[in-house]
Design a protein around this ligand. Structure first.
Ligand code: MTE
Ligand code: MO
Length: 841
């Protein structure tokens, strides 16, 4: 690079290091088998077509300029392959309403036109769409908040090329078309001609990115770059420029990159094409937006460590060249706001007038802002601890501010409500939750609020409680029927595998078999997106990616379902299944491990013992005192139900785990518990999933415990429980009593209503006989029969005073219904316990 004048400032430079040079295994069987990529990018639409963003933190940490490796990618279909020898001879045409139509090669574009280099942030209109999809599934896939990237683009101003063609009177639009052939024709769109002619808009024809030729994913060898405007207008693999009187009539111009009015449902948009024909709803300029990067999703601050201030950090951008003029932070749900500091790295280029990458770098002559900026706000940990959430909003120079409420629309685009990070609190820590998470098996606060039944559009982020209005109409959440009741064929695994081929791709969603043949030509992601699914179970990806409309279409391709045996074997052969099966412990903290229901034993009118079976060589892998999570798909609503349990079986037991579960059965006035209702319906041999361990207490044996990771010595336990709360307590009690060397004293106080309600009674009583001197089990009943000889009444202050006084190295373990737990907490405090010595499960 030739430096023309001496700089007083240091310019941000692209991240160094070589770009990815090998083709990932995943891509080898796809039409993109010629495209080298970086494995860190998170794929958002299965394997192919390639739509991907970097982990948000990795993107931010690279700084102002994004490496070509982490630059987000939005491909509607396969990447056109352009060999080295074909780069310079690449031809584009300039045609339509022009006096002087011509074609020109890339070589001539570089030779004949002035070359410029500009820093530009591209943002997909779908950035942050996952938040919309959680409110209600849109017709678009789930982008997180990293659907944007910044690079130094080198090329020529579009205006210079157009001027040479001499647009005629009446010409108002510049249409652009790419070389990628998609199910609905080539990708194409348009922008206003007088924008393209305006040097202030910076619209360019780019062949270079961060000082190297464009990468295949980003439009090699030539693309349009339209700064300040959604990425969708920056046509890649550019072949044609067509000057017209009307906006582009390309299919993708009509059916993509629009914000339809919020009243338009996915069904209406499919049934009434007029909505799409309204150019007023087309998106051009980006809207003002911002996001929090630090704290990251799931980041934990340990409050026991020395406290420093925490620098909150993130990004913001505006559209149409407008500068971000403020970024504000609220720690009190939007009642008050504080000003964050903003850094504009783009301005450092403004002061330079140099040559960079063989193009003139002249940001100075424009007043526009075409790049993201970074905000910071330092806050004390104490304030974070006292707050429920961090809210961020940005404003641009036209005083447009991000709104509090989401504007939900069919395509889920331009999502820009205040970015909210919630703060969860424990005794010794706080943890942050972003709205969504892209990692499998994880979720953000939005998923949780929604699952808890909150209305995410109630102006309070789905919180419930005093002063909040219930929505006038319940949110529409309809179940889509994907199966055809007439398709009753049962497939064996051999039949399914034998009949599937590249001509006739059969695939599985939710145990049902679909035949994609008739849809190969019409799939918006190209035939490849179906062909890569042939012969496999694509449930998770399919459900995550597809809209309600797409799901409704599945009915016509439904051909039957797998039989039990095929389901089991297919599940077990999935990669993840193999990975999990090769471990000596069944539970995995990150992956859901599959087990089947072995048998069910009824213990009382409302409790059953469930045995779940897994690999016979594995133990469950649960430390004493910890819990596991059970996930079941409701057979009717398909909804995932997750609850934490502590097994009653021992950790050394191989091949199975036993859960004692109290059933909350429906009554004429009350619906039953969700898990109960689902468990009631599952049959022997059916599949469920487990994950874990979780929990703050671990009993290491012989008087040693850790509580939230902190090691402690115990000489006696008081274990207070009620109902099924006995299960975690039982684990610890058994561990103490079964070890002859363990001298820890235990007092179990178990409160129930009727004698037959006492769970694990025999086991508890039998175990206590092993250590008569050091272990006691006290049962108390609120409705005892006449011949009951044990304690009577609720767990009371006098009972606790008598049996559970505080003592040196004594810890209370408490598990039971909420009301009981809070009574015990208050009472123990009253009789002299410190809260540090109580553990609630
Ligand atoms: N020819 C072509 N151009 C295209 C697309 C495409 O699929 N084909 N996707 C568009 C969309 S929606 C976006 S957001 C940007 C993404 O550019 P990138 O992949 O280089 O980040 O390219 C745009 N240009
Ligand atoms: Mo996009």
């Amino acid at each position: 690079m030739a430096v023309v004048n001496t700089l007083r400032v240091k310019l941000p430079s692209p991240p160094s290091g070589p770009a990815a040079s090998s083709v990932l295994d995943k891509d080898k069987d796809t039409p993109d088998s010629h495209v080298a990529r970086d494995g860190r990018l998170i794929r958002l639409t299965g394997v192919h077509p390639f739509n991907a963003e970097a982990p948000l933190t990795a993107l931010y940490d690279e700084g102002f300029l994004t490496s070509v490796d982490l630059f987000y990618v939005r491909n509607h279909g396969p990447v056109p392959q352009v060999l080295d020898d074909d780069v310079l001879p690449w031809e584009i045409s300039v045609e339509g309403l022009v006096e002087n139509p011509f074609t020109i090669t890339l070589r001539k574009l570089v030779e004949e036109f002035e070359q410029i280099t500009l820093p530009i942030t591209l943002v997909c209109a779908g950035n942050r769409r996952k938040e919309q999809n959680i409110v209600r599934k849109t017709k678009g896939f789930s982008w997180g908040a990293a659907g944007l990237s910044t690079a130094l683009f080198t090329g020529t101003l579009m205006a210079n090329v157009l001027r040479k063609a001499k647009p005629l009177r009446g010409a108002r639009y510049l249409c652009m078309e790419g070389a990628d052939k998609l199910p609905n024709g080539h990708y194409g769109t348009s922008v206003k001609l007088n924008w393209a002619m305006d040097p202030n808009k910076g619209i360019m024809l780019a062949h270079g990115m961060n000082g190297a030729p464009l990468r295949p994913d980003h439009g090699r060898p030539l693309r349009a770059v339209v700064p300040g405007t959604i990425g969708g207008r920056s046509v890649k693999w550019l072949k044609r420029l067509i000057v017209t009187a009307e906006p582009s009539d390309n299919w993708y111009h009509y059916y993509d990159n629009k914000v339809l009015p919020t009243v338009v449902t996915p069904e209406m948009s499919a049934a009434e094409p007029a909505w799409w024909r309204d150019e007023r709803y087309a998106i051009y300029d980006l809207n003002v937006n911002s996001a929090v990067v630090y704290p990251q999703h799931d980041e934990v601050i340990d409050l026991t460590l020395p406290r420093q201030d925490y620098p909150l950090r993130g990004y913001a951008y505006g559209g149409g060249g407008r500068r971000i003029t403020r970024v504000e932070i609220s720690l009190d749900s939007g009642r008050s706001w504080r000003l964050a500091e903003i850094d504009y790295p783009e301005d450092r280029f403004r002061e330079a007038d140099i040559d960079m990458f063989n193009g003139r770098l002249d940001v100075f002559s424009r007043e526009t802002c075409f790049c993201w900026c970074f905000w910071t706000y330092s806050v004390s940990i104490l304030e974070l601890r006292n707050s429920d959430s961090i809210l961020v909003r940005a404003m641009d120079e036209s005083m447009m501010c991000q709104p509090r409420d989401m504007y939900w629309s069919v395509l889920g685009m331009m999502n820009n409500p205040w970015f909210r990070v919630t703060i969860e609190k424990g005794d010794q820590w706080i943890r942050f939750q972003h709205p969504t998470s892209l990692l499998p098996g994880t979720s953000g606060w939005m998923d949780k609020a929604k699952k808890a039944g909150g209305d995410l559009l109630n102006g309070r982020w789905g919180e419930k409680g005093a002063g909040l209005e219930e929505p006038l109409t319940p949110p529409v959440e309809q179940e889509i029927q994907m199966t055809n009741p007439d398709s009753t064929r049962l497939f064996t695994l051999e039949e399914f595998k034998g009949e599937t081929s590249q001509e006739k791709p059969l695939f599985i969603v939710d145990g049902h078999v679909y035949d994609g043949t008739a849809y190969l030509q019409d799939h918006p992601g190209g035939a490849q997106s179906i062909l890569t699914s042939a012969g496999s179970d694509v449930t998770e990806d399919f459900m995550a990616i597809h809209s309600e409309n797409a799901k409704a279409m599945m009915r016509q391709y439904h051909v039957g379902r797998l039989d039990q045996d095929a389901r089991k074997r297919l599940g077990a052969s999935a990669n993840e299944g193999e990975l999990l099966a090769s471990r000596s412990e069944f539970l995995h903290p990150k992956h859901w491990a599959k087990a089947t229901l072995g048998h069910v034993k009824t213990l009382s009118h409302d409790t059953k013992l469930f045995r779940f079976i897994f690999d016979e060589h594995q133990t469950v892998g649960l430390p004493i005192g910890q819990h596991l999570m059970l996930r079941i798909k409701d057979p009717i609503t398909n909804e995932n139900i997750i609850r934490a349990y502590t097994p009653v079986s021992e950790g050394i037991q191989k091949g199975s785990v036993d859960l004692l579960i109290k059933l909350y059965l429906p009554t004429p006035v009350l619906a039953g518990g969700k898990m109960t209702t689902a468990l009631d319906k599952i049959e022997i041999g059916m599949e469920v999933e487990f994950k874990g361990p979780i929990g703050k207490l671990e009993y290491l044996g012989r008087g040693q415990v850790t509580i939230s990771g902190v090691h402690r010595k115990v000489s006696s336990f008081v274990m207070i429980c009620g109902g099924s709360g006995v299960t975690p307590i039982f684990q610890v009690f058994r561990a103490v009593v079964q070890d002859p060397e363990d001298t820890t004293f235990c007092t179990v106080i178990d409160g129930n209503r009727l004698e037959e309600d006492i769970l694990c009674r025999e086991e508890l009583d039998d175990l206590s006989t092993l250590k008569r001197d050091s272990c006691r089990v006290i049962h108390t009943l609120t409705s005892p029969s006449a011949d009951w000889t044990g304690q009577r009444g609720r767990i009371s202050e006098s009972l606790l005073r008598a049996e559970a006084p505080p003592a040196e190295d004594r810890i209370a373990l408490i598990c039971g219904p909420g009301a009981m737990e809070s009574f015990v907490r208050e009472t123990l405090k009253k009789i002299g316990w410190s809260e540090d010595d109580m553990v609630f499960f």
